[in-house]
Design a protein around this ligand. Sequence first.
Ligand SMILES: C[S@@+](CC[C@H](N)C(=O)[O-])C[C@H]1O[C@@H](n2cnc3c(N)ncnc32)[C@H](O)[C@@H]1O
Length: 293
Amino acid sequence: MAGGEALISNVSDTARWVATYRAMETAREDALFRDPLAERLAGERGYAMVAAASRMMRDGWPVVTRTTIIDDLIATALAEGCDRVLNLAAGLDTRPYRLELPADFVWVEADLPALTAEKEAALADEKPRCALIRRGVDLADPAASAKFLDWALGSLGPENGTATKALVLTEGLLMYLEEDTVRTIAAALSRPQIRWWVMDVTMEMPRMRSNSMFENAPLRFEPHNGIAYFEELGWHAREIEHLLVHARKLHRAPWYLRPFTYLPQPDPRKPGRSPWSGIVRFERGSGSELAVL
Ligand SMILES: C[S@@+](CC[C@H](N)C(=O)[O-])C[C@H]1O[C@@H](n2cnc3c(N)ncnc32)[C@H](O)[C@@H]1O
């Protein structure tokens, strides 16, 4: 960057990086989703990050696949009666502007205050498809996080009641947190109003760790026992999507990784030294009706 400024100067800059992949997908004729606001939100800096990313990440297949899977999981939860979405660390995500959502559906976004203010200003002239509310909050601060959840699950206006079947999304967040913080968040989310927790589980961080671009947004959390980590905290895996296998089905897996998708895949509960990355919809309450897709 001009003046020697780091491409990623803090963790919030990673939001530009992933928004760029959504913009790149949107520009394809065969796009899996269309996110027309992504290009503007990503800005030149986002594209510079993509250019500096490792070969494995440069075409963005993990982000594109993750976005597509999560779009589908949200649609499934809506069909199952989900009455609110809390997108924690929403970054520059624009789902409330592009998904088919009822106009009175309540969608709450949280992210660090500076990023939230920037997004609010950038999208001031855009109209979301549902009732969208944003809050700046440091989710690593347990008191602030608990206060935010109390508010976000409550009655947010005269026209809506409290949430009874909320879905919480932490997409691209947990890896940047300390393990203690992840545990605290998992406990804070254990509330009767929250039914589902959708997240990406990533156990392939050495590649990203070795890229100096991330030195100001260090990668910290990686669950040693995969999704079992969250099951031990009381969350039952409802759907488990293996990222690379799903990418192949979507015609987004790079050619040099495709052969691996036909091999037996590691157990997401005991990945051992094999890398496993996927998207999981966890559920609280009723026992696990597990579907490995
Ligand atoms: C890789 S981006 C993902 C953004 C978005 N979920 C997406 O997938 O496009 C990581 C996001 O986590 C947010 N974040 C990191 N630590 C946070 C914290 N302690 N509290 C709130 N947000 C945080 C960053 O600001 C950034 O927007």
